[in-house]
Ligand binder design. Structure first.
Ligand code: UT7
Length: 312
């Protein structure tokens, strides 16, 4: 039994916040943001739209894409660091709103690596025959913990949701290898303050990321006995184009083989990989049988990667 992607979906709130808009809010420039991060605009959720609302829309799209109903789900996993409330979980809220059976539901907290933790957890339940269809959502409403007076961070983040239904696929498809890790010594570099605002030491996180993301990408490919050049498509966590480029260059693959949704969405933490994946699958950039690498890193510090053969 192999676990793979049966369907993907995403949802981004309508309101677009451009770099020009940010110029009016803090001492920054469109030029600085573009050249240092690759970000051109990001989406911001309305006040009356919380994390579970974003998650619900992405989940509906993923179910439709998988040609499944909510009642076909056996488990719901939601990766987020910005839940509506610490409890009940966003996943339990989703169970109710989707009309799923009274299945297992839990939230995962691994910051920007959260979706990877979710996918790899789903894989374990599927490949041990415990569950069949697992919904994994990566979702954030980061705007509610963003310090809108701090130019070091407020230009980077955005809101959004991405979802995938993970389930059984044929033997030659699906998730072939994975890597997960954490290093709590780096915790002070990226955390939520007592005032409930996001703090980040950008330079330290940058140094960790340019080392870890390329390393994990290579590791998952090596684990299946293939070489870096065999990778058909790379979906890295969309935090900074310079970090993403470091991973692409380490794999030695051309620009068109890497997802670059960062320009439109900024860094959406747990949501960034599934949004990018959903966008690129729908645009036909990822095709049946492609060797795809998904790789994320984030607060914790945490990281995770998978190598997979796309298709059912
Ligand atoms: O998903 C979670 C993981 N997070 C990340 O991956 C983020 C990792 N870090 C980064 O992406 C980068 O470190 C940043 C984009 C956050 C910053 O880029 P940098 O090239 O590392 O810039 P820096 O922090 O070294 O700052 C360079 C200069 C500083 O001015 P001085 O001290 O040289 O005069 C900053 O004050 O740029 C200044 N600066 C800004 N200027 C205009 C910082 N933010 C801004 C801004 N606009 N928004």
């Amino acid at each position: 039994m192999k676990a793979g992607f049966l369907g993907v979906g995403h949802y981004a709130p309508e309101k677009v916040l451009t770099n020009k808009d940010l110029e009016k809010m803090v001492d920054t420039s469109d030029e600085w943001i573009r050249t240092r991060t690759g970000i051109e605009e990001r989406r911001i959720a309305a006040d009356d739209m919380d994390t579970s609302d974003l998650a619900f829309r992405a989940a509906q799209e993923a179910l439709k894409d998988a040609d499944l109903e909510a009642e076909d789900l056996d488990m719901i996993l939601v990766a987020t660091v910005t839940p509506d409330t610490p409890f009940p979980s966003v996943s339990a809220m989703l169970q109710h709103r989707l009309g799923a059976n009274k299945v297992a539901a839990m939230d995962l907290s691994a910051a920007c690596a959260g979706f990877m933790y979710g996918v790899i957890t789903a894989k374990q339940f599927i490949e041990t025959n415990a569950y069949k269809n697992v919904l994994v959502v990566g979702v954030e409403k980061l705007s509610k913990i963003t310090d809108w007076s701090d130019r070091n961070t407020c230009v980077l983040f955005g809101d959004g949701a991405g979802a995938a239904v993970i389930g059984p696929v044929s033997e030659d498809k699906g998730i072939l290898s994975f890597e997960l890790g954490s290093d709590g010594t780096g915790g002070p570099h990226l955390y939520q303050t007592r005032e409930d605002l996001l703090f980040m030491n950008g330079r330290e996180v940058f140094k960790f990321a340019v080392r870890q993301m390329p390393e994990s990408s290579v590791n998952v490919v090596k684990k299946i006995g293939l070489s870096e050049q065999d990778v058909d498509y790379l979906v890295p966590h969309q935090a900074n184009i310079r970090i993403m480029e470091a991973a692409r260059e380490r794999l030695g693959i051309p620009e068109e083989k890497m997802s670059t949704q960062i320009k439109r969405y900024g860094n959406t933490s747990s949501a960034s990989i599934p949004i990018a994946l959903s966008e690129d699958v729908k645009a036909g950039k990822i095709k049946d049988n492609d060797l795809v690498v998904l790789v994320g890193f984030g607060g914790g510090l945490t990281w995770g990667a998978v190598a997979l053969r796309w298709g059912k």
